[in-house]
Design a binder for this molecule. Structure first.
Ligand code: DGL
Length: 269
């Protein structure tokens, strides 16, 4: 059996990344770890998020992952460089993928970013974008309520559009022409965001990271040569009532997750 692509997220939102990986590389096996016992990451310190990210990556390593994909924007912002420095596997973070597409997309060199408090505090998107093109100005806004609205499935309500208008007005006032959806949950709000951001190109980081991963796997010779359709296994660190609905909504089918005792797996193999 060919080794899987390892994907982790603070919870189940990262299935939006799995969906794009499956679409792009249907023959690849995927192993997903969602740290549902310890989410949300978005309000935690960098030190703690880095420790959790390392533990998640080691868990995926124990499942023989050939590449680690950090689907979580918050974990990617604080831990991608750290993990790239210490793991022997290639590590791809969602921030670098979104940043490079935003830099290519903006025409007026003004990019907006929405994400969790931690992602915005880290300024990882601004740093990454200015490394690519120092003439681009990046404006970041924390939008912590949006995760909850998506989890409640309030994606098509007037109140959600009202909250979006409020959150996005400073970015619209800055004249951004590209907006990075810097959180696993936000692709599911695309229609609502479109309806309040006329003329702004939305950058769906879950799509972009899938392209980035596929290019990197081809560069490193990691693409599978089997013909059979790939499988997806899901591990969570705690039970989540909504998982069946969520996987149906995002992946179009129900998956039964395995619940793992995170500490035992990471520290005793
Ligand atoms: N997965 C997180 C992200 O993409 C959102 C949820 C959380 O705060 O843990 O930033």
């Amino acid at each position: 059996m060919s080794r899987p692509i390892g994907v982790f997220d603070s919870g189940i939102g990262g299935l939006t990344v799995v969906r794009e990986l499956q679409k792009l590389m249907p023959r690849e096996n995927i192993v997903y770890f969602g740290d549902t016992a310890r989410l949300p990451y978005g309000s935690k310190s960098d030190t703690l998020i880095r420790r959790y990210s390392l533990e998640n990556a080691l868990f995926l390593n124990s499942k023989l992952a050939k590449i680690i994909v950090i689907a979580c924007n918050t974990a990617s912002a604080s831990s991608a460089t750290f993990l790239q420095g210490i793991l022997k596997l290639p590590v791809v973070g969602v921030v670098e993928s979104g940043a490079s597409v935003a830099a290519r997309t903006t025409k007026n060199k003004r990019v907006g970013v929405i994400g969790t408090k931690s992602t915005v505090r880290s300024q990882a998107y601004s740093t990454c974008i200015s490394r690519i093109d120092p003439t681009i100005r990046t404006f970041e806004v924390a939008t912590p309520l949006l995760v909850h609205l998506v989890e409640e499935n309030w994606v098509d309500r007037d109140i959600t559009r009202e909250i979006l208008r409020d959150y996005l007005s400073p970015l619209i006032a800055k004249g951004v022409d590209a907006l990075i959806l810097g959180c696993t949950h936000y692709p599911l709000l695309k229609n609502a965001i479109h309806s309040v951001t006329d003329g702004i190109t939305l950058i769906d980081s879950s799509k972009e990271i899938a392209y980035h991963v596929s290019n990197m796997m081809s560069e490193y010779g990691l693409l599978t040569n089997t013909e059979a359709p790939g499988t997806t296994s899901v591990y969570l660190s705690d039970e989540t009532n909504d998982f069946a609905n969520w996987s149906m909504k995002v992946l179009g089918r129900g998956i039964t997750p395995d619940i793992v005792d995170h500490d035992r797996h990471v520290f005793s193999g």
